[in-house]
Write a protein of this length. Structure first.
Length: 351
């Protein structure tokens, strides 16, 4: 059997960086192939399903170009019915994360991007063409690769947290918050950043009360987000506190949590809650690279040239949160996605 011709450009990842890279690359006639990730329980649990972290959020208020307004008609005209069925019905005002990601995906597809719904499990960047190994088997060769695999939610690592995952412990309020087990019940959110505040504010719509537990004496979240949490009568903030243990039983799931003071460790408090939501930051999805690209001490891919998306391997570029532990915004991820496609195009043209 003849060896298949290597792909010109493979993009691994399907968040804003991956789709922006694909749209630019497709318009540049590079015929990009996107591995968008597999739809598996493992990916659901680790937050690495197709369409990335934005697909796990609610309203997106700060992505330029989407002011408040009713997008129903636009979504119907822009997306095929089969993709709209995969999303919750349009909520009303502004754009939601899943809607934004479906629109980005569709835009890339409209220009000829091919999409495979599978994971790349390992890579061989030791020589060109590069080799990529999908989970469904076989090998894909590529002259050029853009890594845009994003980052995943962190867990505290408590045995009781692990024990009650899927039975009241979650790292995604938007995915799980509306489940009957959480409705009109008190809940806990752990963390002090924008994600924690966003999750607490979202959960407060369904819950009887939300306890926001943060290990410091003030929130890290941006001022506008923090003021929302302070103003919400359903949110009670517990500063200088950490989650020490999740309590419950196997048949009913979570029933309470034990908090421990971070300033006076002998002080503990028990709160009756039906759910625990972790919002304590993220880890970049770089494990599958197996050390073949230079990484920072926090395992983010290193951009090796100033204001370029080049990595330590020539012909491999990185975009979005997988290489950015500083801005980590949807719009900055989309921006570096665009940059990576332009960098790839120029590298393919001139070597
Ligand atoms: P983050 O800003 O890194 O905040 C993580 C929070 O978790 C911090 O408050 C941190 O505490 C706490 N934390 C970390 N490890 C912990 C542990 N082991 N135990 C207890 N607490 C722990 O992460 P993020 O909130 O996910 O936000 C990431 C980025 O996305 C940010 O740039 C943010 O602005 C952006 N974002 C924006 C929006 C929005 O604009 N709507 C929404 C979500 C996220 P310390 O404060 O003590 O470090």
């Amino acid at each position: 059997m003849p060896t298949p011709t290597p792909e010109t450009l493979v993009i691994i990842g399907s968040g804003p960086a991956g789709w922006s890279a694909a749209t630019y690359a497709a318009r540049a006639q590079l015929k990009p192939l996107v591995y968008e990730g597999a739809i598996t329980e493992k990916n659901r649990m680790s937050g690495t399903l197709p369409l990335g972290q934005l697909a796990l959020t609610s309203e997106v208020e700060n992505y330029a170009g989407y002011p408040h307004g009713n997008l129903t008609g636009f979504l119907e005209s822009a997306l095929p019915a089969s993709r709209r069925e995969m999303m919750a019905p349009h909520a009303g005002e502004g754009v939601t994360g899943p809607e934004l990601m479906e629109l980005m995906r569709q835009q890339a597809v409209n220009f000829g991007t091919r999409v495979v719904t599978d994971d790349i499990l390992k890579v061989d960047f030791s020589k060109r063409p590069f080799k990529l190994y999908p989970s469904e088997g076989g090998v894909v060769e590529a002259q050029c690769v853009i890594v845009a695999t994003g980052a995943s939610a962190n867990w505290l690592g408590l045995p009781s947290e692990e024990h009650f995952k899927n039975r009241g412990v979650s790292a995604c309020a938007v995915c799980d918050g509306a489940l009957p087990r959480f409705r009109n019940k008190p809940l806990v959110v752990v963390g002090g950043g924008d994600s924690a505040v966003e999750e607490a504010t979202y959960l407060a719509k369904f819950a009887s009360k939300v306890h926001l537990v943060h290990r410091r004496e003030s929130l890290r979240a941006s001022k506008i987000m923090a003021s929302r949490a302070h103003a919400d009568p359903k949110i009670q903030i517990h500063f200088n506190s950490g989650l020490a243990e999740v309590l419950g039983d196997d048949s009913h799931g979570v029933s309470s949590v034990r908090l421990q003071s971070t300033t006076t460790p002998s002080q503990t408090t028990t709160l009756d809650v039906a759910g625990v939501f972790l919002a304590i930051g993220h880890t970049p999805n770089t494990e599958f690279l197996d050390g073949q690209l230079s990484l920072t001490p926090k395992k983010y891919i290193v951009w090796t040239q100033h204001f370029r998306t080049n990595t330590s391997v020539e012909g491999v570029f990185a975009a979005g949160d997988v290489a950015d532990d500083y801005y980590r915004q949807a719009i900055s991820a989309a921006g570096t996605g665009c940059m990576s496609a332009l960098d790839a195009e120029r590298w393919l043209a001139h070597g």
